[in-house]
Design a protein around this ligand. Sequence first.
Ligand SMILES: *Cc1c(COP(=O)(O)O)cnc(C)c1O
Length: 401
Amino acid sequence: MKKTTGTDRSITRNWRPATQAVRGGTWRSEHGETSEALFLTSGYTYDDAQTVADRFAGEAQGMTYSRLQNPTVAMLEERIALMEGAEACRAQASGMAAMTTALLCQLSAGDHVVGARAAFGSCRWLLDHLLPRFGIETTVVDSADNAAWEAAIRPNTKVFFFETPANPTLDVVDLKHVCSLAKSRGIVTVVDNAFATSALQRPMDFGADVVAYSATKLMDGQGRVLAGAICGSQEWVDEVLLPFQRNTGPNISPFNAWVVHKGLETLGLRAHRQSENAVALGKFIEPRVPRMLHPGLESHPRHSLAMEQMTATGPVFAFDVESREKAFAILDALELADISNNIGDARTLMCHPASTTHAGMTDEEREAMGVTQGLLRINVGLEDIEDLKEDLGQALEAAGF
Ligand SMILES: *Cc1c(COP(=O)(O)O)cnc(C)c1O
């Protein structure tokens, strides 16, 4: 495949992220198609036996099998890496495939992991249930307490694993502090950047080693496919991630990769407009509810840190309305926003984390994370902000707020 324009990689590598979002990773076939081609193929054929032998021996470039390489997936990986400012990226079947792979590819029995207490339910399940089954010790800390990270380090600590902002309580981690602490102790930081994406926050600029994604969220952004990605240095991807990925197969389908690749073209526009809508809607709701969790508002304990680390605070925030009954009453009164547990979508979606995304945890675990029975999480979409205010306004009123 060839590029009809921008063939000089020393030039294209230096394009800025907004340019990479629409052009990065574009490799055109002999037809010169404008939109990237979808190579829906599991295998490849060869002109002669020596060609395939050379490729398997690593002595010649070229595709051999879609668990190892696929042109559409490779285009997505190159685009994500260029937008992230990472040397390399490998796409995954889902966000959880990405998190599981990013951890298991580098951990062994006897290692120790420090993770953030506030996290997506399945990310906590990896720490609390999966890793210990393989003899990997884990400790969870209050991720907003800088000293807690250092206090949790043991001689065998290998990885720090956290989200920022976190799902669903919007805790913000001090990236510069935690990443530099990790670096000074030889610990690898794995940051789940699903809530922000590279359009709003680039953890590697603050010293993160590995950035992992649910691309199901803002990257697709239109609620269509499950997808994930892992970014790291070329050396880490080649030597640590790839041996695991090639042999275990958490790969994304080329079709899903193509859909996400299209989503990236509008990621920056969507992420910024949805962030603006989320701040406006947060300001509208805040005076009416008992507790607001929104890194874009001054009431958030780490608002100024969020504004330093992020170009905008993203589409998601949460608020507490005291009880499950009141939370359900608000959801049931919605006329525009949907009841849905997805995030990052262009549509406004609301859910009750305690009975959905975090239903698999015990009451004590949820309480410790701040996922109360009255907590509602909202993903603010691209609708007109006035329509959203009217809908949330009438739903709050219906529940007595
Ligand atoms: C949704 C989500 C995941 C899991 O991603 P899937 O694509 O659903 O597997 C992981 N981390 C965070 C922060 C998420 O929001």
